[in-house]
Write a protein that binds this ligand. Structure first.
Ligand code: MSP
Length: 519
């Protein structure tokens, strides 16, 4: 059976992971967890991009073999995933034999079919972007940061007939207006395609760059890193094997906006089409994390945020929450330590964490530790029930559109509504009064408990530890799929469990333990 197949970009093996890498994995993981809760069978691929000039240069600077560097970096990136609770199914490395075999097979196929030819080319080459660039790549008359200052280069190389498929690609994009999410980025691609596109140089002479997959038809050359890297999406799932159809076409490639054009929106669909394989169903191009000053956070710009500092101090769930709450999916977002602390304190520690501990202690104190049956309902209670019901539908819809920021916004606005409800009802007063108030007390606590159960369920894709932990404290079993999530009082009579503070306040002193928070 065809699975929902999702991939992330494969990270360059030339440095340690930063917030941009962490964000993309977390976003992808939240999508996968949502899909699973929606009852879909899923497959989640991520991995490492290990060839190319940048990796070779970094290894040289460290006086180690490129493979040694890649092995180290692979461990760092994999352990980042583990620490972030990013639950991938497969991790592909472009130095894996299973990958190299497929790259060679594809090159040979395209070469035999006349899709690849040899020619001499003189042009501007960007070491930063590892490709030939054109004047039109300039932004406002200047080379952008991800291209840097190119050099003039004259070289004999192998070229893939990209230009030949331009018209096909335009037709395809017009037929599939939702190919790229968000939609405004699809328009950027069509604008790019208004000018003729060049054929793609898919080789690098070994004399200049020996670190790569050797061309099967010319041992003096290695494969261009992007041509090699893109193939990971099909090499990992058994290209030309029987199981391939269980995964392909990929349902979603999650990537950053910087690698949409030309790599994922132009090269990749054309490479696949030339091979007789359908393109992926959708590309989700997310934005960049920027410093407050508006600069992209990246290793090469020397301002990276170490995700593990945040995980160590605040826990993976808090970090996942911040990244998905703060970034409007598809747009850029600002990261600063102060912003992080403000959200952590207001949303997590005060609004959510306090409500959970208040509820647990009230159930303990006033109901002998058992969630009560609701008694009579008044309009104030019914409002809560209605809001909870609406929340389930709204959040499922927002998550389904990858709008985690919007889903979380609604969840936390409901949590604030619950806090107001508790204040208005003041269970500590009700506990001292008559029979009517005893009924109100039961209804209030059972309604807050049921609401918290729903909130915890809806937080599961974002906070895979805290969501289930809140359910555990409520004596609840997580639902298998969200279609079974509704307002019920199945918790009535269940014993609650106490536990440690979910989101402890972090002292300034402890913050100085962080290795790097430069922004
Ligand atoms: N190796 C290529 C991708 C090949 S995919 C076949 C690459 N690697 S990368 O390490 O530079 O970037 C990996 C992913 O992280 C990209 O999708 C990129 O957009 C994302 N991010 C890197 N820095 C980022 C931010 N500051 N913010 C958000 N994501 C960004 O590109």
């Amino acid at each position: 059976m065809k699975k929902f197949y999702l991939t992330t970009a494969i990270d360059y093996a030339n440095g340690s992971p930063h917030i941009g890498h962490a964000y993309e994995k977390i976003l992808a993981d939240a999508i996968i967890r949502t899909k699973r809760l929606e009852g879909e069978e899923c497959y989640f691929l991520t991995g490492l991009d290990e060839h190319g000039q940048k990796v070779a240069e970094t290894a040289q600077k460290q006086s180690i073999a490129p493979q040694t560097l890649c092995d180290r970096v692979a461990e760092d990136f994999k352990s980042l995933c583990t620490r972030l609770t990013v639950d991938y199914d497969d991790y592909i490395r472009t130095t894996d034999e299973r990958h190299k075999v497929v790259v060679r097979k594809i090159l040979q196929k395209l070469y035999d079919g006349g899709e690849i030819y040899r020619a001499e080319y003189t042009g501007l080459y960007s070491t930063q972007a590892e490709r030939f660039v054109l004047e039109r790549d300039k932004v406002d008359g200047r080379w952008p940061d991800d291209i840097g200052e190119p050099i003039e280069l004259k070289e004999t190389n192998y070229f893939f007939r990209l230009g030949h498929y331009q018209e096909w690609l335009v037709g395809f994009l017009n037929k599939h207006p939702n190919f790229v999410v968000p939609a405004f980025r699809q328009k950027q691609i069509l604008t790019f395609l208004k000018e003729p596109i060049n054929d793609l140089c898919i080789s690098r002479p070994k004399s200049r760059l020996p670190w790569g997959i050797e061309l099967p038809f010319d041992s003096d050359y290695v494969t261009y890193v992007w041509f090699d890297a893109l193939v990971n999406y099909i090499s990992a799932i058994g290209y030309e094997e029987e199981r391939f159809g269980d995964y392909w076409p990929a349902d979603l490639h999650v990537i950053g906006k910087d690698i949409l054009v030309p790599a994922h929106a132009i090269y990749w669909p054309i490479m696949l089409h030339a091979l007789g394989i359908p393109p992926p169903r959708h590309l989700l191009a997310h934005g960049w994390w920027l410093t407050r000053g508006g600069k992209k956070i990246s290793k090469s710009l020397g301002n990276s945020v170490q995700p593990l500092d945040y995980v160590d101090l605040y826990g993976a769930d808090a970090f996942r929450f911040f990244l998905l709450r703060e970034m409007v999916t598809g747009q850029d977002g600002n990261f600063s330590h102060d912003l992080f602390v403000a959200r952590y304190t207001a949303d997590l520690a005060n609004d959510l964490g306090n409500l959970v501990s208040r509820l647990i202690s009230m159930v303990e104190r006033y109901c002998s530790g058992k969630i009560p049956q609701p008694a009579s309902e008044e309009p104030l209670d019914q409002e809560i029930k209605e809001s909870a019901r609406r929340l389930i539908l709204a959040v499922r819809m927002e998550y389904g559109n990858f709008a985690f920021h919007a889903g979380l916004e609604q969840i936390f606005s409901f949590v604030r509504q619950l806090n107001r409800y508790v204040e208005a009802r003041a269970p500590w007063q009700l506990a001292k009064q008559n029979d009517v108030s005893a009924d109100r007390l039961k209804t209030t606590l059972s309604f807050v408990a049921e609401s918290m159960r729903i909130v915890a369920e809806l937080l599961r894709p974002i906070m895979p530890k805290i969501g289930p932990e809140i359910l555990r404290r409520l004596g609840a079993t997580p639902v298998d799929v969200w279609k079974n999530l509704s307002w019920t009082h199945s918790q009535a009579g269940k014993g609650i469990l106490t536990g440690e503070i979910l989101f402890p306040k972090i002292e300034w002193r402890e913050r100085s333990a962080m290795s790097s928070v430069p922004i």
